[in-house]
Design a protein around this ligand. Structure first.
Ligand SMILES: [Zn+2]
Length: 221
């Protein structure tokens, strides 16, 4: 059984807790910088929450090869309402304080009144500052695709080889104020976005992603 700690890293607009689980590697593991994985920053992508909850269940039995933080649901209000945005109708993945915040956005994407003015965004930003992860995996739905920013190319390729989804660098549209813009492009961390499909009846989607996600927390250096 792995050593783990559950904690509340903040609260949503409607006061719901945003929870994180920290896993520590076995004492014999070689030191590696921490990984952070988060999901359901878009409330209409609840399948991503399910995937990280399952990953967390597995890590209880088989600890990761590095310190790993999992935030299964960044946007609990959105998940319960079935909406992409949070309860202030802000797209949290346009709310980060990248240089591009609020610029060049497509109609319908609300970045907030100021960068990082939303409590869900603030909770994730605080956690990144606390954990200082080198690699961060963001789960979105519902394409089958691995996207990367910053220093994430090698990790994206490794994960793509395991889940069988194609690697894309350019999403094909601007994403000002996105998590990837701030922590990948500007801070040059290994940021990988895994776009997962809805779960099939045979659960192939989970099995595909599971292998890629395990890779991200176990190996390589
Ligand atoms: Zn999304």
């Amino acid at each position: 059984m792995s050593e783990r700690r559950e904690l509340v890293i903040g609260h949503s607009v409607l006061g719901r807790p945003i929870e994180a689980v920290q896993f520590l590697p076995p004492s014999y593991a070689r030191p590696r910088p921490p990984a952070l994985l988060f999901a359901a920053i878009h409330g209409d992508e609840a399948v991503t929450q399910l995937m990280l909850e399952r990953l967390a269940d597995e890590l209880i039995e088989r600890p990761p090869g590095r310190e790993t933080w999992i935030v299964p649901c960044v946007n609990p209000d959105g998940v319960l309402a079935g909406t992409r945005n949070n309860a202030n109708d802000v797209d949290l993945n346009r709310n980060f304080a990248s240089a591009s915040w609020g610029t060049n956005r497509r109609p319908g994407y609300n970045p907030g009144r100021a960068a990082e003015d939303q409590p869900e965004t603030q909770a994730l930003v605080r956690l990144v500052e606390h954990v200082q992860p080198q690699r961060i995996i963001a789960l979105h739905a519902t394409y089958r695709m691995v996207n990367w920013d910053g220093a994430g190319e090698a990790l994206a390729n490794e994960m793509a080889a395991r889940c069988g989804y194609p690697v894309e660098h350019d999403m094909g549209y601007p994403t000002p104020g996105s998590f990837g813009a701030k922590y990948g492009v500007e801070k040059n961390l290994e940021v990988v976005t895994l776009e997962v499909p809805y779960l099939d009846i045979d659960e192939q989607a989970w099995l595909d992603c599971r292998t890629a996600l395990r890779w991200s927390v176990d190996l390589p250096d």
